[in-house]
Design a protein around this ligand. Structure first.
Ligand code: SAM
Length: 471
């Protein structure tokens, strides 16, 4: 039996339908690890779950396909992802299997072919945001928000690696979104929670569980929901999820939403063979979907989909300015010759270059209007793809541009062996036989990793310090 699970925790779960204490404890005692990845569909390296025949050192072995999410696979063992250049090129994201059910939920509840605006309110480190970005149309907008400042860089790096231009990152408290009434068609609240669903992966975390902790999480979840409600459009969809088993953080939260707001619960229809448990909240009869590790190949997870009925009140001044003035730095000027150099590198048909602070960003032209609204409302940390900084005659391309889907395909890159790719990722320099000087993309098996600048006798490695690997 899994002795690390606190007795009070196990007792608290006995109220739950379908909770099987014996199987639950046994699966926690087994120490079994389920490892899964979501492959980036815009940077394909697998064909139907198989590696190319000439890849002599595949980074991992696939053991099966995930039933409820596209491009998602189980691995037979956990490799060292840090030592895999494909991981750094954004070819995949290591993502917990149950959480990827979000893809199934969105496909059932939202018309993803339409142009929509999505908010991922609690986004770091970015797993669900990368999944959403692969599902929405290129004209749609994803705002990935993270309130904790120190967690923004990892979110930034993961979104940059994913490579899409239709995303923005903000660093705001949920209450700031009240300034955007009815702005979003879809809001995901993957709420901070007591985390019991991950105890099998991290047994030490179990000792920190307490019923007081669950109560505090539940109160915080209610506050976050109340703060976010206004920014959802009428008829818009709210997805609420946690990685907790506690009823107070799941079904009871649904009841509190239905008590305060006019909304409809959206049932989903997962295949019965997936063994996902449908639950219904006590008061409102709202549907939720529970994942138990003794029933599904994944960790503990809860998700529910709610549609908003009530009209958004128009009491707020339309998209007023909630930021401090300090972000209004004068924007970068882009000298003509530099602009031409940049334009020769990027696919520009649908992109607009916008100066933000001292950097130049490329944003789908369709999203510039939204950017204008959001930059006056939120602390935006990223908008589209940051393409670089302009000097008088030259420009310094941003690492993000090398990883993005907006670079022209005819760049020519310096394709590296695996050992040189790892040296690049560590920030080292190495021998190069390239005769062409200047800014060059470096890649591993044609998957871009970043920039180097080739000079007469040496190379400068432009992999940013904070992205370097230390192994
Ligand atoms: N959605 C993320 C993913 O798939 O990678 C995981 C999100 S994690 C479950 C919850 C996030 O909520 C954390 O990044 C945490 O920093 C953030 N958070 C913590 N307190 C918060 C608060 N009061 N309001 C909003 N978000 C909060």
């Amino acid at each position: 039996m899994a002795t690390y699970l606190p007795a009070a925790f196990l007792r608290s779960l006995r109220v739950l339908d379908h909770f099987d204490p014996v199987a639950f404890e046994a699966v926690h005692a087994s120490g079994e690890q389920v490892v899964s990845v979501h492959m980036n569909p815009e940077k394909p390296i697998l064909q139907e779950g198989r590696w190319p025949a000439d890849l002599t050192e595949p980074p991992f072995q696939i053991s099966g396909r995930l039933a409820w999410a596209p491009d998602a696979w189980y691995l037979s063992a956990r490799p060292s992802f840090t030592l895999d250049p494909f991981f750094h090129a954004g070819n995949y994201y290591v993502q917990e299997a149950s959480g990827m059910f979000l893809a199934f939920a969105l496909k059932q509840a939202v018309d993803l072919s339409k142009k929509i605006k999505v908010l991922d309110l609690c986004a770091a480190p970015g797993g669900k945001s990368t999944l959403i970005q692969s599902l929405i149309s290129p004209e749609s907008l994803l705002v990935s928000n993270e309130v904790i400042k120190t967690r923004v860089p990892v979110l930034y790096q993961n979104m940059a690696k994913w490579g899409r231009a239709n995303g923005m990152i903000s660093n705001n408290d949920p209450s700031h979104f009240k300034q955007l009434p009815g702005f979003f068609d879809l809001v995901l609240i993957d709420a901070p929670c007591s985390g019991s669903g991950l105890f099998r992966k991290d047994p030490e975390a179990a000792s920190g569980w307490s019923s007081d902790g669950v109560r505090l999480c539940s109160q915080r979840q209610q506050r976050i929901l109340a703060d976010a409600w206004d920014c959802l459009k009428e008829d818009g969809v709210l997805v609420y999820s946690t990685c907790s088993y506690s009823k107070e953080e799941n079904e009871d939260i649904l009841d509190s939403i239905f008590q305060q707001y006019d909304c409809i619960s959206t049932p989903l229809s997962p295949d019965p063979e997936w063994h996902i448990v449908e639950t219904v909240s006590e008061k409102a009869g709202a549907f939720g979907y529970r994942f138990y590790p003794d029933k599904v190949a994944g960790e503990g997870f809860f998700i529910s989909v709610i549609r908003k009925k009530q009209a958004v009140s128009q009491v707020h001044s339309k998209y007023s300015n909630a930021r401090s003035g300090k972000q209004n730095r004068s924007p970068a000027r882009i000298p003509k010759s530099v602009e031409l150099q940049i334009r020769s590198r990027i696919i520009e048909d649908t992109l607009q270059m916008i100066p933000v602070g001292d950097s130049i960003h490329a944003l789908p032209a369709d999203l510039v209007h939204d950017f204008e609204i959001l930059k006056n409302t939120l602390y935006l940390k990223k908008a589209g793809i940051r393409i670089g900084k302009a000097g008088e005659n030259d420009w310094i391309p941003d690492p993000e541009l090398a990883l993005a889907n907006i670079l022209k395909g005819d760049q020519g890159s310096m394709d590296l062996s695996k050992s040189d790719a790892l040296r690049y990722l560590r920030g080292e320099t190495f021998e190069t036989r390239m005769s062409e000087k200047g800014w060059q993309i470096v890649s591993y098996r044609n998957q871009s990793l970043g920039w180097v600048k080739l000079l007469d006798k040496r190379m400068n490695n432009y992999n940013p310090k904070s992205w370097r690997i230390r192994q």
